[in-house]
Design a protein around this ligand. Structure first.
Ligand code: S3P
Length: 170
């Protein structure tokens, strides 16, 4: 049954902060996939990438998706690359309504400027904005599979939350 609310979208689109707010408003449990992986492994995401590489991180991510998608009535914030795996999309969409958050590449750039937190961006071109644009284009076809997309650029978290709740309830 589709009882979960799943947030997807690129890095820096606000999935974790909005997910927490939504869970509170809807009186649901909240799971952030990256935080779950960090708790389960006792390592940070950058440490996992550095020690074991992206492929291994994606395996951990896939296992976390399987576990979380089997649960009910949650708000789930995914990582920006979770949807690169079609099976992840399938499981998550079967378990709930999938909402994709978007914002302008320049805004993503500003929000993800700090080095050492997003290994996928740190490993890209020296021109970080270019890496963001390239990855956004590559991933567009995955994000497009969401049931509903919200452009968060000009909206406050409260407005976004109300919009998603209206859609989710409807
Ligand atoms: C990733 C996004 C990150 C995290 C990992 C890989 C990606 O999550 O899962 O660094 O490939 O887009 P956030 O979107 O929460 O930053």
């Amino acid at each position: 049954m589709k009882s979960n609310l799943v947030l997807t979208g690129f890095m820096g689109t606000g999935k974790t902060s909005l997910g927490k707010l939504l869970a509170e408003k809807l009186g649901r449990g909240f799971v952030d996939l990256d935080q779950k992986i960090e708790q389960d492994t006792g390592m940070t995401i950058p440490q996992i990438f550095e020690k074991y590489g992206e492929k291994y991180f994606r395996e951990l991510e896939k296992n976390a998706v399987k576990e979380v998608a089997a649960r009910k009535n949650l708000v789930i914030a995914t990582g920006g690359g979770t949807v690169k795996d079609e099976e992840n999309i399938k499981l998550l969409k079967e378990s709930g309504v999938m909402v994709c958050l978007t914002t302008e590449p320049e805004e993503i750039f500003r929000r993800t400027e700090r080095r050492g937190e997003r290994p996928v961006l740190d490993a890209g071109d020296e021109d970080r904005l270019n890496t963001i644009k390239k990855l956004l284009a590559e991933r567009q076809k995955f994000y497009a599979q969401a049931d509903y997309t919200v452009d968060t650029t000009n909206w406050s978290p409260l407005q976004i939350m109300n919009d998603i709740c209206r859609h989710f309830r409807g």
